[in-house]
Ligand binder design. Structure first.
Ligand code: PLP
Length: 377
């Protein structure tokens, strides 16, 4: 069996959709994660961060499933995402735009009933101007920078913001918020620093509820919960905290088809540039997913996939549409044309794959390609 497609007796799974890989998204597990986080923050509420197409898993499906479980607050990053999601959700769901509005989007935002996160004094004034031209008040959220220097009203503008709110009644501030930079690291001193700054802000703006915690923040304890937590990654099964066992349930499973198997002698070059050279006769399989499917090139000669719990190392470079794996650890004939191997699942978590790729779980999830057959359960 050297070269070519091996006709084996191994088990095969039908790939009857034309796709070469199955991405299975377990909406029941997603909802259980939401309920776990909701219970942790109660009596505060949990929103859902569904930016970047719900971290690649499908904002429409994810948001509808979470709405059915009682979620009413949905955060996206870009206004475009809010426009797409708005018609999918009932009117009593609120969609917030974390990045705020770009100049020119204000009228469409007001018309769509979408709530911008105001990140600067200028944006506050602009939104007030629009509101003043309308017969009704407009809603907004104020984001303050508590030490991340990314988005939000800086400390030196807080006085002007407070003064503006005193004089203008055109905007209904639903709550104030800030974002934690190091919430996945329980030992980081930055968490306490940001919490102290959040308390100062709360004292200056005593009329409003607070939204502070992302996934990691929820696990930092009740001081960080405020009135509305904003989990993202933990909903999707990613670990909220580094260095401890992941308390969340896996939501994603990825299986990819074998499209060819072969046996090569010692000294064979595998993949682009021939960087991998076999040291012994080796049985190889090529699977039908590559970096265009979100399996990054940094997995070359580092990562692995699994079959029946057996680790099958990636050999050579990850190509655009395929990856070659060493299947010598499996009994001969186990895998053949059409067999499915596990990329994400019981034996390999998001964090495992991310670590091998030198990335974080967020990058793996948000890069999952569009060539998989997506199945929602
Ligand atoms: C992305 C994001 C979140 C969610 O963060 P996770 O770490 O995925 O829970 C919450 N708040 C803001 C402002 C964000 O940008």
């Amino acid at each position: 069996m050297d070269g070519g497609i091996v006709d084996s007796r191994g088990p095969k799974l039908a790939v009857d959709t034309g796709a070469s890989g199955y991405l299975t998204i377990d909406l029941a597990a997603l909802c259980r994660n939401y309920e776990k986080l909701s219970a942790m923050v109660a009596p505060a509420r949990a929103a859902a961060v569904v930016k970047a197409d719900s971290y690649g898993l499908g904002a429409n499906q994810v948001s509808k499933a979470l709405y059915a479980r009682g979620c009413r607050h949905f955060f996206v990053a870009h206004f475009m995402e809010a426009l797409r999601l708005r018609p999918q959700l009932p009117g009593n769901a609120t969609i917030f735009v974390l990045n705020g509005l770009l100049p020119g989007n204000e009228a469409a935002c007001a018309e769509g009933g979408i709530v911008p996160v105001i990140n600067s004094l200028d944006q506050l004034r602009q939104w007030s101007d629009i509101a003043q031209s309308l017969p009704r008040r407009l809603s907004a959220v104020l984001q303050f920078d508590t030490g991340m220097s990314r988005l939000g009203i800086p400390p030196e503008d807080r006085g002007s913001v407070a003064a503006h709110l005193q004089t203008s009644d055109a905007i209904d501030i639903l709550f104030i918020m800030s974002h934690l930079a190091s919430a996945d690291d329980v030992d980081s001193a930055q968490n306490a620093d940001q919490l102290a700054e959040m308390h100062r802000i709360a004292a200056e703006f005593p009329d409003y509820d607070i939204s502070f915690a992302n996934s990691g923040g929820i696990f930092l304890g009740g001081d960080f919960h405020g009135a509305l937590a904003r989990p993202g990654i933990a909903l999707y099964g990613g670990a909220p905290t580094n260095g401890v066992a992941n308390p969340m349930e896996a939501v994603v499973r990825l299986d990819v088809a074998v499209v060819q198997t072969r046996t090569v002698p010692a000294g064979a070059r595998v993949g682009y540039s021939g960087v991998h050279v076999t040291k012994a006769p080796t049985r190889l399989a090529t699977i039908a997913a590559g970096y265009a499917d979100g399996l990054p090139r940094s997995l070359s000669d580092r990562g692995a996939v699994y079959y029946d719990g057996v680790r099958l190392p990636i050999v050579g470079r990850v190509s655009m549409d395929s990856i070659t794996i060493d299947i010598s650890a499996l009994p001969e004939g186990t895998l053949s044309f059409g067999s499915m191997v596990e990329v994400l699942g019981h034996h390999q978590t998001l964090e495992d794959l991310a670590r091998d790729a030198g990335l974080i779980s967020y990058e793996i999830l948000t890069s999952l390609g569009h060539r998989y057959n997506r199945q929602y359960r």
